[in-house]
Design a binder for this molecule. Structure first.
Ligand code: SF4
Length: 115
C-alpha cells in the first residue's frame, strides 16, 4: 500500500508544539512517526479520519451533547472540590472558558502534563 508522507508536521499534544515531525499515513491512519516523542507518536497514531466515538458519553452510555452538558453541570454542582482537568488539544479560547468555569464553581485546574 502506498503511504502518504508529510514532512514538518506539527504536534499539538503537550504544548511544546514540535514542528519537525514526519508522518507516514495510509488512507485511514498514521502508521509511522519520525522525530515524535512517545506521547506524540501515540497521539498521532491513535487519531484517525473515521469517527470512533459518539459525540458524548454519560457513565459509558452514548448521549447527546446537551445531555452530557446537563450531566456535567450536576456533577460540578455537587462536587466538594471540582477539578477542571485536561485542556490539551483545545484552543486558547476553550482554555480561557475552562479557567472561567473553574473560577465560577470554586474549582481547581490541572492539565495532563502534571502526570
Ligand atoms: S507530545 Fe512530544 S512530539 Fe508532541 S509536542 Fe510534545 S514533545 Fe513534541
Amino acid at each position: 500500500m502506498e503511504l502518504t508522507v508529510v514532512k514538518n508536521a506539527t504536534c499539538t499534544f503537550c504544548g511544546c508544539v514540535c514542528d519537525d515531525i514526519e508522518l507516514h499515513a495510509d488512507h485511514r491512519r498514521i502508521v509511522h512517526t519520525k522525530a515524535a516523542c512517545v506521547l506524540g507518536a501515540s497521539w498521532f497514531k491513535n487519531h484517525t479520519a473515521e469517527r470512533l466515538y459518539p459525540e458524548a458519553l454519560i457513565d459509558g452510555r452514548e448521549a447527546t451533547v446537551d445531555e452530557a452538558v446537563e450531566a456535567a453541570a450536576h456533577y460540578l454542582h455537587d462536587a466538594a472540590l471540582p477539578l477542571v482537568y485536561g485542556l490539551s488539544n483545545i484552543t486558547c479560547e476553550a482554555q480561557r472558558e475552562a479557567i472561567s468555569l473553574a473560577e465560577l464553581i470554586g474549582g481547581v485546574v490541572d492539565s495532563h502534563t502534571s502526570l
